[in-house]
Design a protein around this ligand. Structure first.
Ligand code: SF4
Length: 394
């Protein structure tokens, strides 16, 4: 199944403005597959807010123009609405944030109560991403999520009632033993809610997590690569039929028609198009071309650095030309926009069609990509193996 490309030319081009990411490292309980940096209760919220304010003040000296803000985690919806409003205020004070900026908050369906979502909306959040993961009870239990299907349905309705016009849903598929029929019925249940955006992630089991230990001990078996590919292609086909544009390996945007175009995540586009972004909070990553750097993934050490007036970076790097070619190919082949061949040639001196003509023809023959109008486009099957293709083509 080819990704739907027909409406992509109508999309706004990737913005050169900066994206702002705030990592909120708190969760009520650790999910069984997760290795993101997050802390179980009790949460030192005031220490965290002090650190975020200090970090924003330090970075804000750059006076960058920004047009997206993303509060991710962890579980940002654990923060009181006043704390979210405070963070947004500080960001507005330190950066030139576009009046039409996309401001997203990730919410866990098990943590949204009462008028909290309306307060987030009033604070300036205009896009909500709900970590639903599944609408099947046994799947949520296996993943160790804190919510059940009914809470997910209630959270979605509450998001609409709170005035969110853009609501996205995250789903996970490819659990050990999950059949295509089971996954498709889960996907149907999510579609019935009417989301504007769907992120469908193949379950990855990180080593050292409870599921990782089960896997290592042979108590679990990961899904076979062919099964995963079949589920991925079924997902792409079902969502294309449902009016969603498959614009990145795991991401699908409802085609709103008219000038609106697909309801893509403008913030996440920054990561895939090489645009600059700045991250705040423990473990957050930043990219100010050509340099990328990342924060200490530990709240205590991150805060100690900030209290002594230092940037809380744990490390950084500048990519050499070969790494930049590899990255441009990998990122481009993950998206339905593909790779701009002239940009690659003029920007990085890599004439792909001259250097790798044989490999391009071979992958095109295998239905993984195609060249059209000066771009290299992946098919849906090609997106799935974007990393391998990028290595072969770089
Ligand atoms: S809610 Fe998200 S960040 Fe927190 S433990 Fe679960 S998967 Fe990880």
């Amino acid at each position: 199944m080819e990704p739907r490309l027909s409406r992509l030319p109508g999309l706004p081009p990737a913005s050169p403005a900066c994206g702002l990411y705030v990592h909120v490292p708190f969760c009520l309980r650790k999910c069984r597959y997760c290795d993101f940096y997050s802390l179980a209760p009790p949460h030192p919220v005031s220490d965290y807010l002090e650190g975020v304010s200090a970090e924003i003040a330090l970075a804000g000296k750059a006076g960058l123009s920004c047009d997206t803000v993303y509060l991710g985690g962890g579980t940002p919806s654990l923060l009181p609405a006043a704390a979210v409003a405070g963070i947004l205020e500080r960001l507005h004070g330190a950066f030139r944030i576009d009046t039409g900026a996309e401001v997203t908050l990730e919410a866990n369906p098990g943590t949204v109560a009462g008028g909290q979502l309306a307060s987030f909306r009033a604070a300036g959040v205009n896009r909500l991403n709900l970590g639903v993961q599944s609408l099947r009870e046994e799947k949520l239990r296996f993943l160790g999520r804190i919510h059940g299907p009914a809470e997910a349905v209630r959270a979605f309705a509450a998001a609409r009632a709170a005035g969110f016009e853009r609501v996205g849903i995250d789903l996970i598929y490819g659990l050990p033993g999950e059949s295509a029929g089971e996954w498709l019925s889960d996907l149907e249940a999510a579609l019935a809610l009417g989301p504007d955006h769907l992120s469908c992630y193949l379950l990855t089991i990180a080593p050292g997590t409870p599921l990782g230990r089960d896997l290592a001990a042979g108590r679990l078996q990961a899904v076979a690569e062919e099964t995963a590919a079949e589920l991925f292609l079924l997902t792409a086909a079902r969502l294309a039929a449902g009016g969603f544009v498959h614009y990145e390996i795991s991401n699908f945007a409802r085609d709103l028609g008219g000038a609106g175009g697909p309801a893509v995540s403008r913030h996440n586009l920054k990561y895939w198009t090489g645009a600059p972004y700045l991250g705040f909070g423990p473990g957050a990553h930043s990219f100010l071309p050509p340099r990328r750097f990342w924060n200490l993934p530990d709240l205590g050490r991150w805060l100690a650095a900030l209290r002594s007036g230092k940037p809380p970076a744990a490390g950084g790097e500048e990519l050499d030309r070969g790494q930049r070619v590899l990255e441009a190919l990998f990122l481009g082949l993950r998206t339905a926009w593909g790779v701009d061949l002239a940009g690659l040639r003029e920007g990085l001196g890599w004439d792909l069609l001259a250097e790798r003509a044989g490999a391009v023809a071979e992958f095109a023959g295998r239905g993984l990509l195609r060249v059209e109008g000066g771009r290299l486009f992946p098919t849906a099957r090609g997106m799935l193996v974007a990393e391998r293709l990028a290595v072969e083509l770089s």
